[in-house]
Design a protein around this ligand. Sequence first.
Ligand code: IDC
Length: 465
Amino acid sequence: MKRSIAALAAAGATVLGGTAVLAMPEASAAAQGCRVDYTVTNQWQGGFQAGVKVTNLGDAITGWSLKFTFPDAGQKVAQGWNATWSQSGTTATAASPDWNRTLGPGAVADLGFTGTTTGANPIPASFALNGVTCTGSTTTTTTPTTPTTSTTTPSPGGTPLAANGQLHVCGVHLCNEANRAIQLRGMSTHGLQWFDSCYHDASLDALANDWHADLLRIAMYVQEKGYETNPAWFTDRVNSLVGEAEERGMYAIVDFHTLTPGDPNYNLDRAKTFFAAVAARNASRKNVIYEIANEPNGVSWGAIKSYAEQVIPVIRAADPDAVVIVGTRGWSSLGVSDGSDETEVVTNPVNATNIMYTFHFYAASHKDNYRATVSRAATKLPLFVTEFGTVTATGGGTLDQSSTTAWLDLLDQLQIGYANWTYSDADESSAALQPGTCAGGDYGTGRLTASGALVRSRISTADHF
Ligand code: IDC
């Protein structure tokens, strides 16, 4: 559906900023004019996503602000990117971010946001840039999805990998090849040194086809009988699991699972050797994401940043376009578990592009103050929850259903991707499979633990790609 803004205005729609006619510039004044192409790229029950392409048709402007009005009071911008977004009543404003204050003649700013809606089509009638009404178009590429009661709805466009292709970071989001912000939801393996027998055709088929997981995180411990004991075997096994995920249309996070000691620099040389090999092997694959340090602890953000700035160039040299995820201080708590917070990263980010930052939580241990941190940080930093548990931080204890639900609702709303610890049959309450499952080879829902059933019920719902 494509309608011009002029046609909407002619049809009696409210026009912002007075008339739809462009102001004629005075001879001495700067030429003004703009074009806005607004596309609703995705809709789901209660929400939608829109891309807003702003083209400056006049002289250069420094400090710009785009305003538009939603047709319905129930429509609100939830999370925006590439501008500073705000809303008053039904009027939304996207103001120039510090790094893109000047739009030269013909320059384009590609903005976007996810929004909430109570029903009507979220198409504004007109757009104004610095008070000047813009020409342009509005397009809806999707129709609202009917709420589904089935938990096995296939992703539109085939597999997650087929639907999204090569990923990249856009503003604070993970975006697909079509530049749409997406959320990936999946499972983490347990340590390959202990639970390798859980990752073979039947279990990975179940993850892709029954769980509808978008993502397999491959947890390769470095210590605790991990990589350091046999680099060749672990490197091969990680590479083959990236391939197994690719065959099933899933993304794969290669997790360099440092834990003890907590300073990632202890493993700097091992990390360079490992990532040089893995990045070379997987460079032509579109499904690989690199996670360079699982949970730094007892170490400053400065030390983690220095490690990242040495490992990332090694990856980029072999695989230039893959997304890299950087661990954060205090067991990847953005510093909170060490008495700090996200500002140490915001004010001193890693000097690299196309990167995200790790946040981990265990629902029974990490609650409101951690959620508040993620809500704040998500407006400034691209975040990925590469590991979370439904239980306590020990990996055991009781399942905290209400905290898990609060967390996953928040991550859905912010479109932050996640992987659950663990897709394994470990004898601990964080494991999704009952003990003995992997030896038996039946990965049906009858074999799930309480945690597995809860997490599968969230992961297997339809994706909003
Ligand atoms: C735990 C496993 C447990 C194993 C232990 C070894 O669940 O079976 O004995 O590691 O170190 C993390 C870590 C992750 C932990 C998990 C639960 O990334 O390795 O796994 N956890 O303690 N961070 C917070 C919790």
